[in-house]
Design a binder for this molecule. Structure first.
Ligand SMILES: [Zn+2]
Length: 86
């Protein structure tokens, strides 16, 4: 092995949010996982309710209270027309 080009290799521990810890080899000492084979639906066989709300529904919910006024835009175009006549 060539010297000074390889990163330090650790016997690291990977911690999943489900609580399971794995001992692995890594260049990082401590790893935090969001999902692992202990809790992934593919391995558990149980379907996990993920975010099933669509993008359109999210957008509608976000802007439900916002009223879009077109009056401002109309007045702008009128002014433009007036200036064009001059
Ligand atoms: Zn897990």
């Amino acid at each position: 092995m060539k010297e000074k080009i390889h990163p330090q290799y650790y016997a690291a521990k990977a911690h999943c949010v489900c609580g399971k810890t794995y001992e692995i080899g890594s260049t990082e000492k401590d790893l935090k996982l969001d999902i692992c084979s202990n809790c992934h639906p593919l391995f558990t066989g149980k379907e996990k309710m993920m975010d099933i709300e669509g993008r359109v529904q999210k957008f509608k919910k976000k802007y439900a209270g916002v009223k879009v006024s077109t009056t401002k835009r109309k007045s702008k175009t009128k002014k433009k027309k007036k200036s064009a006549k001059k």
